[in-house]
Design a protein around this ligand. Sequence first.
Ligand SMILES: [Zn+2]
Ligand SMILES: [Zn+2]
Length: 248
Amino acid sequence: MRKVFYLVVLIGIVSCKKERVPVTPGNISIAEVVQANYKNNYTQEVSVQIGKQNLTIYSTGLPDHKTPYWGKGHEMYEEFPGRNHANMNKSMTSFNYKMTIPIYPNESAYKEETELGPVGMALNGVPIYNDYEGGGVLQENAWSTFDASRGHPGPREDYHYHSEGAYLTVNDDNLIGFLRDGFPVYGRKDRDGSYPNDLDENGGHIGITSDFSESIYHYHVSNEAYSTSGLYVIKSGAYHGTKGTFTQ
Ligand SMILES: [Zn+2]
Ligand SMILES: [Zn+2]
């Protein structure tokens, strides 16, 4: 009890100090929204475990939609869009992904940069990557290997998304997933259909969403086309909160 009391006092002090600046006080639970939305209708292998402070989402990382990376002859096979083509990694492998994130995500004073590799997980269990690929920032040799949902497998046949695409979000306010700091990430629009114009340098802002009736920090897919790709990257920059673990 005493701990809870101190926490409440602490939150009170922090809130007072930041008058007028909207803050996410770290008292909004993401548990219900996570439980209601994480599923993979194809593999049936996405599950959620709710703990006290953290929750864990398990997945194989395989998508629930069509992609050429299933391989010709597969029931979920479809052609690449336009002139895109497979990279060296022609197929996808199943993993035992485990993303553990805070149930009450909170802003961190230190904003840690996202790195190469999973920065979050889409609602179907597929890892979300930032704007980096093995050799550095995304280049045409990478984005020309994207399927219709703008995903592709990495060197370990680890399928992942980088940007807005079919089955995920296209110019809408869809909830895409959650990043490793526990904050949700949405499509390019807010729920009223407008494009947010007050995103911070990490691509997020505070407000209500279709899923959260109380204001919560949330990321948006970038509204600026990436380089010459014509694509909208899901996440670049730093985490707003403290990142949890993502293992395989
Ligand atoms: Zn990639
Ligand atoms: Zn928003």
